[in-house]
Design a protein around this ligand. Structure first.
Ligand code: DX5
Ligand code: ZN
Length: 214
């Protein structure tokens, strides 16, 4: 099964965005992970619509937008229009998350939910049939360079087991080191968000990093 590798663009060198996008694509990336934060849901600000539009103009690879913001439903058209292929919302940040997921689907974009470390499968079960993709957070959302939270392992295994029931694709987001990727790809996780733990590291070319993760 092919491991889907998704560079976290918040970790890229924004002084040279075009060079980064082209180098990451040439190195074999499968899609681009775009962390959007509003400074309210998470205490950080990262990429915005301008960045999505710029990246969209540079590649035909899928873009997945990870919306770490309150009331994503009110803003979802912005990301649909900007050309995102997958849009993840944090359900607790939305008054009507199933409504938002259905709206994403109706627009021909893949809907997904980002599941925080403290959120159980039970707490999101009603949304699983509406998701094409799941983003399982193995760190608390908002910052790169954090440590993998091992207590999410049972939940990962539970959601992998439910893949055949709901048909979603599973991505892991947060401190995905080569060892984490090896371990969780082997138990059925489909894709990985690559940040400072496996890709954006001094002395490692994008080509070498991605080849080593295949
Ligand atoms: C948070 C971000 C981070 C980051 C991943 O939502 O998605 O998880 O980009 O990179 P590292 O490997 O630094 O955790
Ligand atoms: Zn993310």
């Amino acid at each position: 099964m092919k491991r889907l590798l998704s560079p976290s663009m918040m970790c890229a060198d924004f002084r040279n965005l075009e060079r980064e996008v082209r180098a990451l694509e040439k190195a074999g990336s499968d899609l681009f992970h775009i962390d959007v934060m509003d400074g309210v849901y998470t205490p950080n600000l990262t990429l915005g619509l301008q960045d999505i539009k710029a990246i969209r103009s540079l590649t035909s690879l899928p873009l997945d937008a990870h919306l770490m913001m309150v009331n994503p439903g009110d803003k979802i058209d912005w990301f649909i229009k900007a050309g995102c292929d997958i849009i993840y919302i944090h359900p607790k940040a939305d008054a009507f998350p199933t409504k938002t997921l259905l709206k994403i689907k109706e627009a021909g974009v893949h809907p997904g939910i980002a599941i925080n470390p403290e959120e159980s499968v039970e707490s999101v079960r009603e949304m699983l049939p509406l998701c094409d993709d799941l983003l399982i957070m193995s760190v608390h959302p908002g910052f790169a360079g954090q440590k993998f939270l091992d207590f999410v392992e049972p939940k990962i295994k539970e959601l992998v087991k439910l893949k055949s029931t709901y048909g979603y694709t599973i991505f892991l987001d947060g401190n995905c080191t080569p060892a984490v990727i090896e371990k969780y790809a082997n138990i059925g996780v489909d894709g990985f968000v690559l940040g400072t733990s496996a890709l954006f590291r001094d002395g490692l070319s994008y080509q070498e990093a991605l080849a080593g993760l295949r």
